[in-house]
Design a binder for this molecule. Sequence first.
Ligand SMILES: [Zn+2]
Length: 137
Amino acid sequence: MRKSMINVARIYKKLRQQAAAKHPIAAAFSLHVKSSVHDSERHFAQSGNGGTYVAPEISQLKESKIKAILAHEIAHLLVEAEAVQLPPANPTYDQLERHVDKIAEQTFGIPIYYDEKGIEDCVFHPAFKRPRPAGLR
Ligand SMILES: [Zn+2]
């Protein structure tokens, strides 16, 4: 693994440990590299079946973005595992994504902002949006 991806893995491991302190099932979540995940300028990660899949390009982002993206993805897995408060029944895509951000913020004690490109970031900037803009894909 390249040094830069080792940094991504280190951030994931730290967040997973933090999540597992509150929700033990998180200890079993796994991180994988999958190039096809980077299918748009803003998309670097996806999660499902207890695993988070990241494109190598994520390693080139600022650490505050890597952290916010991975926190969001771990929150997806917590919701999937029903370890946390669930979204309303039959949520719209935007409702689900905003709910996941709320879980990420509660679990990790960080804010989830969206930059001009729609990429998550956990450090405030006046140009960033919070909550997640509607319609973001
Ligand atoms: Zn999401």
